[in-house]
Design a protein around this ligand. Structure first.
Ligand SMILES: Cc1ncc(COP(=O)(O)O)c(C=O)c1O
Length: 477
């Protein structure tokens, strides 16, 4: 007797094949779909809201319902015209790898439970350490759910190593362009507002070195303990890289932990231009990169690299009695000792399988293509009478706004016009293109990290934007 409730083998296979067919079909036809969808809470409630059903429903019926409703109401983030936020281009091999990891329900916490999973995390981490010129032997790292968790893990470690148990006088520095996940992490860590210095950036959205030096000096005079600086290697807004070498010098002189948030921009290291922009990244104490962004992995996989793996184990290792039988020896890493999670999904598998299958060369080509594409878009816009570039192509991000020569609009009116262009593009569902704010101006932002996006896609999107802009201007007359 048991309470086993899974399907018989043949039914499992048929069900699985159907899902694989649906996924493969989606990948093959994605471009024919519209990237944007929308629905109100009322509309969603009317489709889905119900009590947990007591009785069973045939598996295929549930699957058909999900395909008709759930997928239909989810943006196609991997679509070539999905330009906004940080898109998730993903790749098919990793998609299947994730299914394998989930299918076998592999526990990626302790060595003894899944030595191969731990080994693959070590191996892929070594690949990443090498890519970023971190020491492979002494260095280490861990896969997390994403960039936010990698930043949190980094800051817990920084605090532990630099401040020990007493962080009452500790001060942390970051720029006004640093990603919001850093502020969230600082709040989670229990720092007070008075312990956080958000420093203004210069005209190119970089941290001002002078302001950083001033702030550190003032804090020291106040008897405080400057302990950490968070640099951005590819800000989310503009792709800007802070002056990493100069910051590294300051951190060395001042004994500050140097954390670099390269969640989206770090992957630029795979191209020559990107590597040039990221010079100095190798001097970080800790580095966040986010493979589910520009390393083309499906959600969720973030990564934290550190110069010295013992920093992680000294921060996170606990020895409860119920884990004593799986402790193992030092070379056999238990990744639960390197971060916050005990039970962890097997994230390394998709990274490993996709790089083995496609080759690093393919990834390098894709990142190089993306950077070149953004530069091509910049050249195209520079020749246009309608569009003004607000921040030039940097690590595949570009910001611009509609402001045609001869349009005598106030700043406020130009803001409203660009907001409305974005709104109409989104309503058309033809492209995912939203705004951000730079220098108090509303701008349209493209993050061109999808290797499937062509210059033709971008041209079509600009034609659409021009059409909506003309419509809006005509309506105002
Ligand atoms: C620079 C930067 N840091 C951190 C994050 C947060 O990463 P995640 O969304 O994977 O938690 C992002 C996300 O866009 C980012 O661009």
């Amino acid at each position: 007797m048991s309470a086993h409730f899974d399907l018989p083998l043949e039914e499992m296979k048929a069900y699985g094949y159907k899902i694989v067919d649906l996924i493969a079909e989606h990948w093959a036809t994605m471009e024919e779909k519209k990237p944007v969808t929308s629905a109100t809470r009322e509309e969603m409630d009317s489709i889905f809201l119900q009590e947990a059903p007591e009785k069973a429903t045939p598996a295929n019926e549930v699957l058909d319902f999900v395909m008709d409703n759930v997928m239909k109401y989810s943006n196609v983030i991997s679509h070539p015209k999905s330009y906004s936020f940080v898109p998730g281009p993903s790749n098919f091999v990793s998609t299947m790898a994730d299914s394998l990891a989930t299918g076998f329900n592999i526990f990626s916490g302790g060595w003894i439970v899944s030595p191969a999973a731990a080994e693959l995390e070590i191996v892929t981490m070594n690949w990443l350490l090498k890519m970023f010129n971190f020491p492979v032997k002494k260095g280490g790292g861990i896969f997390t759910s994403g960039g936010s968790m990698a930043n949190l893990t980094a800051l817990v470690t920084a605090r532990r190593i630099k401040c020990g148990d007493d962080f009452s006088k500790a001060v942390i520095y970051l720029s006004d362009q640093a990603h919001s996940s850093n502020i969230k992490a600082i709040r989670v860590l229990g720092f007070k507002k008075e312990q956080i210095r958000i420093l203004p950036t210069d005209i190119e959205f970089r941290i001002s070195i002078n302001k950083l030096k001033n702030a550190i000096a003032k804090d020291r005079l106040e008897g405080l303990q400057p302990f950490c600086f968070i640099a951005s290697a590819g800000t989310t807004n503009t792709g800007t890289v802070d002056p990493l070498d100069e910051i590294a010098d300051i951190c060395e002189e001042e004994n500050l932990w140097f954390h670099v948030d390269g969640a989206y921009g770090g992957a630029g290291i795979l191209s020559k231009k990107g590597a040039r922009a990221l010079r100095g990244i190798e001097r970080a104490d800790s580095l966040t990169v986010d493979p589910h962004k520009w390393f083309f992995q499906p959600y969720e996989i973030g990564c934290l690299l550190v110069k010295d793996s013992s920093w992680l184990s000294n921060t996170f290792s606990e020895k409860p009695e119920y884990l004593r039988d799986i402790e193992g020896n030092e070379s056999e890493i238990n990744f639960y000792d390197y971060g916050i999670q005990l039970t962890r999904r097997f994230r390394a598998l998709k990274f490993y399988m996709s790089i083995k299958t496609y080759g690093l060369e393919t990834f390098k080509k894709a990142v190089t293509y993306n950077i070149d594409l953004a530069e091509e878009v910049e050249r195209m816009l520079r020749k246009s009478r309608n569009w003004e570039i607000i921040s030039p192509a940097t690590l595949a991000v570009i910001n611009y706004r509609y402001n045609p020569i001869g349009l005598n609009y106030s700043e406020k009116e130009i803001d409203a016009l660009n907001q409305e262009i974005s709104k109409r593009v989104m309503e058309s569902k033809e492209a995912l293109l939203v705004t951000t704010i730079l220098n108090k101006q509303v701008v349209l932002r493209m993050c061109l990290i999808n290797p499937k996006t062509t210059i033709e896609d971008v041209r079509e999107t600009f034609l659409l934007c021009n059409k909506f802009a003309e419509e809006i201007l005509a309506e105002k007359k």
